[in-house]
Design a protein around this ligand. Structure first.
Ligand code: GLY
Length: 369
């Protein structure tokens, strides 16, 4: 069974367990990782029907008292109102500092539950049990927890690490094809920024991954989590290195915001953002044309979009300037001069940024570059 560690020092280290069928081992793992024996599962109704009883039974078998709370499905749930309401439920049930929060869900449930854990009585233990590919390979690892503000996504949050991440790749069987492909954007991102051997593995195995063939899927999740664990272990609070995980996100976040989060899934917007970043690196003289084309081809093979919907470039640039990744009005781009290497640049010429985005929102042919 693959197991990775996020190394933050002493008591703060935590394992990422990746095991098909691992949901039934939740109790046994939780017992090893937390002191309290009251578990509060936060999930949403559809997931509760699919996986709630298995998660609860496993915890009960390991002598946990289990409470479950369902929140509505969807991004709107990441709100201060939900946070307050969940904390109200916990107080009414007389939960205390030894309560363990179990986030059973995708990024929305994980981010919200993590912030509940960070703030309830100034912080209680929490466990991530991610159920989407995106959450399994990205949002459940690394402790970024948040809710949204009316003026911006993830604007109220914290770095608050889980005690355990338990990934059961078998639960992806019930994930829609579109959501699954969106998760693959973060997989591809990780390979591009940090591991060229893994990038080649993805090129060879994309068909098997899309069929959710278990050994290949498990290995894909393991390698992606390993990259994330390594980056987070070196730079937990994004003072430097961790920002490379934002590859494709500068334009990606702008595309999501431009369409009020209704048109692209996060991974779809990141996919287009990666094509733009690859092109930008090439236009800045940093990367060969082949690097752009390999990324574009793999993103396409994963069934992800490689071009935008003719959005206004100026409007997109305005969204980029208010993003939390921009600093003092300067745009930060993660660029990949080679597959497997990333660097951060805030010194790009406005001309090349405009040109790259323009090409990508309109769609460009190989001969354009
Ligand atoms: N998703 C980027 C990060 O966790 O830093």
């Amino acid at each position: 069974m693959p197991m990775l560690q996020v190394q933050l020092g002493g008591q703060r280290n935590y394992p990422i367990v990746i095991q098909p069928g691992g949901l039934d081992q939740l109790g046994a793992w939780a017992q090893k990782r937390v002191a309290g024996r009251t578990a509060f599962i936060i999930t949403h109704p559809r997931l509760f029907r699919l996986y709630g009883p298995r998660a609860a039974d496993s915890l009960k078998k390991s002598h946990f008292t289990v409470h479950t709370h369902c929140v509505p499905e969807g991004e709107k749930t990441k709100s201060l109102q939900q946070l307050e309401s969940i904390i109200g439920v916990m107080l009414k049930k007389r939960m205390d500092r030894r309560t363990v929060i179990v986030a059973l869900g995708g990024g929305v449930v994980g981010d919200l539950s993590g912030l509940v854990a960070a703030t309830f009585m100034r912080g209680v233990d929490f466990i991530q049990v991610p159920t989407t590919l995106l959450a399994q390979v990205d949002s459940s690892v690394g402790g970024k927890v948040a809710v949204n503000h009316a003026l911006g996504k993830n604007m109220i949050g914290a770095f608050y690490q889980p005690r355990l991440v338990l990934i059961d790749p078998a639960v992806l069987a019930t994930l829609s094809a579109r959501q699954f492909r969106a998760g693959l954007a973060e997989v591809i991102k990780s390979a591009v920024i940090a591991d060229k051997v893994f990038f080649t593995y993805l090129e060879k195995n994309m068909a098997k991954i899309l069929q959710k063939q278990m050994p290949v899927l498990t290995e894909t999740i393991r390698r992606t989590c390993s990259i994330k664990a390594n980056v987070v272990s070196q730079d937990e609070k994004e003072h430097g290195l961790r920002a490379i995980l934002n590859y494709g996100h500068t334009l990606g976040h702008a595309l999501e915001a431009y369409h009020h989060y209704r048109t692209y899934l996060h991974g779809e917007a990141v996919a287009i953002g990666m094509v733009a970043a690859a092109l930008l690196a090439h236009m800045e003289g940093m990367g060969d044309k082949k690097i752009v084309l390999r990324q574009k081809k793999l993103i396409y093979q994963a069934g992800l979009p490689i071009q935008g919907k003719n959005e206004s470039v100026e409007k997109l640039l305005n969204y980029m300037k208010v993003d939390k990744k921009s600093q003092e009005g300067k745009l930060n781009f993660v660029l990949t001069p080679q597959i497997g290497h990333a660097r951060i640049s805030n010194k790009l010429t406005p001309f090349s940024v405009r040109r790259a985005i323009n090409c990508v929102v309109k769609g460009f042919a190989a001969e354009d570059i």
